[in-house]
Design a protein around this ligand. Structure first.
Ligand code: NOJ
Ligand code: CA
Length: 704
């Protein structure tokens, strides 16, 4: 068996190198002058070849199961006040190693994560001139690969000012792509599904609902997911974005190529400034034969460094309710001057009572601190918010005390209004206050254009700000759920107080978007794109789908049953039950939200297609309960779920929250049925999802 496998691998490898050679010749590209270096994944399904051409340019190609999936793609850098590193390079040394390890997530989609890769390190040196050195490190996994650049300390390269990183990802066909524009300021766009050759990010420039957006060219943000004509799935992203700019990918719709386009700064005019030695983030490509395997892949966290915080058990994954949706509906306001202030002591206590009665561990209170009269629409936002002074109708200490009495935590809220310097000045004081009060989680926000003007949310300066916030928070035992954040790149492995974030078009758009909210295909797309990067604070659980009487022209574009399924499908260690408590009272479907777990021993994707549907099963930590969530786009679907993952010989009570036969996201969204039956691992469940619908199932072991 092993022999056959080895023979097959050797054959694939020969074929791949042959194709590479022919491709280079056919395209009249300079043929390699040195033997290519190869590294393959542990099972051999992915092979990466590193090559140098006659000009001393360097690049790589990738094959999966014997077929090229990334064509010859070159690597180079442009700098300020220094020649590009692009050609005249030679390999001065190379080495390989293999790693197999298992590490534990303190909270997460699964407890144990296997990290198994083969690594190739290539040391490059300019043959002439400054003789600068650059190293490229490749890690090849069964679920994809990552590579990063390392700039060693050297006499002729001390300070490095990068004006462009030119990392290419050349595709082998006009794949189907799920993309959002390469916006330097915000990720809150709807996904587009087009052929690669039809990507047109520029047409998305004028967005009516975004307080900040900047799309300089035809580029996409990451993760960007693709499907080839052969049915293979690829997703491009980055891991361990540290002291560097976020990467967007510029698309060339004619050559079907992508190239890294780092987020810049109008203040400095460059993209990144570092001193040697330093390493860049990993550039990642997830490769999967099934769409669901993309979701099960842990490549992004695996490419990050181990936990630096040690024990973070002061943070407990939790469901939460909050003084939040009522502001988005217009029932109350963040500010006090309106006379409809939401964050009053009385209202917060009512939320605490509701949480305590319903197995919900926390309450978020927005609009508790002074400054909101001067929020949206104001250019001058520096110094407006402070993060210690409550409005006079909100007794912070008393609310926290009352919460503790009832076993409910209060989640702090810091809206920075994109004035990070004001926030940085107060970080220590603000977190000290939280520490003194025994508050362990904060939701942050960065609405508006960054002050100083000319910096963007996703540039190096802000990447460093978001990191400083996480590090300072950690010192005070505070976990951060950031809105308008930098995208997740797996930092949660290193700093597990990075619990969740927005960084996508969230539920809030359903309350006020002028474009009709998030269409039913949104979340079946998010699951295979944004969610590959890390946990999401989507804020599910809206039962009053039509938003009556608050919003005549807005609604949620899913069924109620889908809102339940989102607790399982969309992963996050903090999950909001976002609706007004009065919309839950007396509704039998609320039992699922009471019951559903938030922290998982393991997760399995049972089926799915990008943008169409997905079904995920997750086993709760420390219990033997399983939960299943299934969601579909605007098309109804009949899906059969095989329960063979359940413990053998164990019976479970399955409670199924399903769309009623005549349910429909628009015509009849709240029609659902709850049924119950006993099942074992030998059973299969037939699910019928309505258009825009879903199903949520809890599976509780029957005591023996
Ligand atoms: C934007 C966040 O996404 C939203 O959840 C929050 O309510 C507002 N900012 C106010 O901070
Ligand atoms: Ca937002």
């Amino acid at each position: 068996m092993l022999n056959t496998q080895l023979k097959r691998l050797a054959w694939y490898k020969c074929l791949f190198i042959f194709i590479l050679f022919v491709f280079n010749t056919a395209c009249k590209m300079p043929v390699e002058t040195v033997a290519p270096l190869t590294v393959e994944s542990p099972s051999g399904n992915n092979i990466l070849v590193f090559f140098t051409n006659e000009e001393g340019e360097v690049g790589y190609t990738v094959a999966h199961s014997g077929k090229v999936v990334i064509d010859s793609s070159y690597l180079s850098f442009d700098f300020k006040d220094m020649d590009a590193i692009k050609s005249g390079l030679e390999v001065s040394n190379s080495s390989s190693k293999s790693v197999t390890e298992t590490w534990e997530m303190p909270w997460g989609e699964q407890r144990k994560v296997k990290n198994n890769f083969n690594e190739l390190t290539v040391d490059l040196k300019e043959q002439e001139g400054l003789e600068r050195k650059l190293t490229v490190i490749f890690r090849v996994y069964d679920d994809g690969l990552g590579f990063r650049y390392h700039f060693p300390n050297q006499p002729n390269m001390k300070e490095v000012i990068i004006t462009d990183e030119n990392t290419q990802f050349n595709l082998t066909g006009d794949h189907k792509v799920w993309w959002i524009p390469g916006d330097w300021d915000i990720y809150e766009h709807l996904y587009n599904e087009t052929k690669f050759s039809e990507i047109d990010a520029i047409s998305k420039r004028n967005h009516p609902n975004l307080a900040q957006t900047y799309i300089p060219e035809n580029a996409v943000n990451t993760p960007v997911t693709m499907k080839t004509d052969d049915g293979l799935y690829l997703s491009f992203h980055e891991a361990n974005l540290t002291d560097y700019s976020g990467m967007t990918l510029k698309v060339n719709t004619e050559t079907l190529g992508m190239e890294s386009e780092l987020v810049g700064s109008e203040i400095t005019g460059y993209k990144v400034k570092r001193n040697t030695p330093f390493s860049t983030p990993w550039r990642t490509i997830q490769i999967a034969d099934k769409a669901g395997d993309l979701i099960e892949s842990r490549l992004i966290v695996n490419l990050n460094e181990p936990n630096k915080l040690g024990d973070v058990s002061w943070f407990k994954p939790t469901k939460y309710v909050g003084i939040w949706w009522e502001m988005h509906l217009g029932k109350s306001t963040w500010d006090m001057a309106s006379g409809k202030h939401g964050a009053t002591t009385e209202n917060a206590k009512a939320f605490i009572d509701f949480a305590a009665a319903n197995n919900i561990g926390a309450v978020l209170v927005e609009g508790w601190n002074t400054g909101w009269e001067h929020w949206i629409g104001f250019e001058d936002r520096e110094g407006v918010f402070d993060f210690v002074t409550p409005y006079e109708d909100y007794d912070l200490k008393e609310v926290v005390r009352y919460g503790k009495e009832k076993g409910v935590e209060i989640i702090m809220h810091h809206e920075t209004s994109a004035a990070p310097r004001t926030y940085e000045q107060q970080l220590d004081t603000a977190y000290k206050l939280m520490e003194n009060l025994g508050m362990h989680a904060v939701k942050t926000g960065y609405v508006g254009k960054i002050i100083p003007k000319g910096e963007y949310h996703h540039g190096q300066w802000m990447v460093n700000h978001y990191r400083k916030v996480l590090e300072t928070a950690a010192k005070h035992k505070v976990a951060v759920n950031a809105h308008e954040p930098i995208k997740p790149t797996g930092i949660r492995r290193t700093l597990p107080n990075a619990i969740s974030r927005e960084g996508l078009r969230g539920q809030e758009f359903n309350a006020w978007s002028v474009e009709g909210g998030n269409p039913p295909s949104h979340l079946p797309t998010v699951a295979f794109t944004r969610m590959l990067a890390g946990p999401i604070d989507y804020t599910p659980g809206i039962f009053n789908i039509k938003l009556n009487p608050w919003k005549e022209n807005s609604q949620v574009n899913t069924t109620l049953a889908q809102q339940l399924a989102l607790y399982v499908v969309i992963y996050g260690p903090v999950q909001m039950a976002a609706d007004l408590p009065e919309n839950y009272e007396g509704n039998a479907a609320f039992q699922f939200i009471r019951d559903v777990g938030v922290d998982w021993e393991e997760s399995k994707v049972l089926n799915g297609e990008v943008g169409d549907y997905v079904t995920i099963a997750r086993r709760e930590r420390n219990t033997h309960k399983w939960f299943i969530g299934s969601i579909t786009d605007e098309n109804p679907r009949e899906l059969t779920v095989d329960l063979s993952f359940l413990d053998n010989g164990q019976s479970y009570t399955a409670t199924i929250y399903a769309d009623a036969a005549d349910a429909h996201w628009d015509d009849n969204p709240t029609a659902y049925e709850i049924t119950s039956k006993t099942v074992t691992s030998k059973d299969k469940l037939d699910l019928k999802l309505a258009p825009g619908g879903g199903a949520a199932i809890s599976l509780v072991p029957v005591a023996r």
